[in-house]
Design a protein around this ligand. Structure first.
Ligand SMILES: [Fe+2]
Length: 221
């Protein structure tokens, strides 16, 4: 084996490992064959879409959900918002919102009994279906940023699907008080959802931290 071949194999190995640790960063938001081959060995995740999840919504999905178990450590937060039609004014009902995020250690935690893409999105995930007001809301814990690849803000992933809107991803939700939310990161936002993807948490009358993210429906091929 030549030195060149050895070097190529090493590069390929490091490249493959990087996909394993990236988990779900925006750069993997494609039907990537490399990742597919990595995850399909041990999971029943959707074979051709590692970032998807709306199709796994439970039948009884409603506009509101609680994601993290009560015993999950971390600051409890409530995120809510309205999804609008492309005119930016008319509420869009029956839109599925799928969200998932890391725990306070910056990892997507698993219990071992996850199914579908939960096998690598972890158990801190949930689904909502907007009501006639276009509203959705979820309660969970505030995620921590990744420990393995520094710099990226703590985030909550958002996928959207509705009639005439095949599932698509938005740039994840970030938190205004996160020092990693720099101007450079803000400039990198590709799919904000029509409004800012950065939320400011404020305490409500029950001392719960609440944030908002409104979204305008878009179509992505
Ligand atoms: Fe992520």
């Amino acid at each position: 084996m030549t030195m060149m071949t050895q070097k190529n194999i090493l590069i390929l190995f490091i490249f493959s490992l990087s996909f394993l640790f990236m988990g779900c960063s925006q750069t993997t938001k494609k039907n990537d064959n490399t990742l597919k081959s990595v995850v399909s060995v041990e999971s029943n995740a959707q074979e051709d879409c590692n970032w998807c999840g709306t199709s796994e919504a439970p039948e009884n999905v409603t506009w509101k959900t609680v994601i993290s178990p009560k015993e999950e450590p971390g600051e409890r937060i409530i995120i809510s918002g309205t999804i609008y039609r492309p005119d930016g004014k008319t509420p869009a009902k029956d839109i599925i919102v799928y969200v998932y995020h890391t725990n306070i250690k910056g990892v997507y935690p698993k219990k071992g009994d996850e199914s579908g893409n939960g096998k690598y999105h972890g158990y801190l995930r949930g689904w909502m279906k907007t009501d006639a007001r276009g509203k959705y809301e979820f309660e969970t814990i505030r995620p921590a940023p990744y420990q393995t690849h520094g710099g990226e803000p703590a985030h909550i992933h958002f996928n959207i699907e509705g009639p005439k809107y095949p599932e698509y991803w938005l740039t994840a939700l970030w938190f205004q008080d996160d020092s990693r939310v720099t101007d450079e990161y803000k400039k990198s936002v590709k799919r904000s959802g029509g409004f800012s993807n950065v939320t400011t948490l404020t305490k409500d009358e029950n001392n719960l931290s609440r944030g908002e993210r409104n979204i305008i429906l878009e179509r992505f091929e």
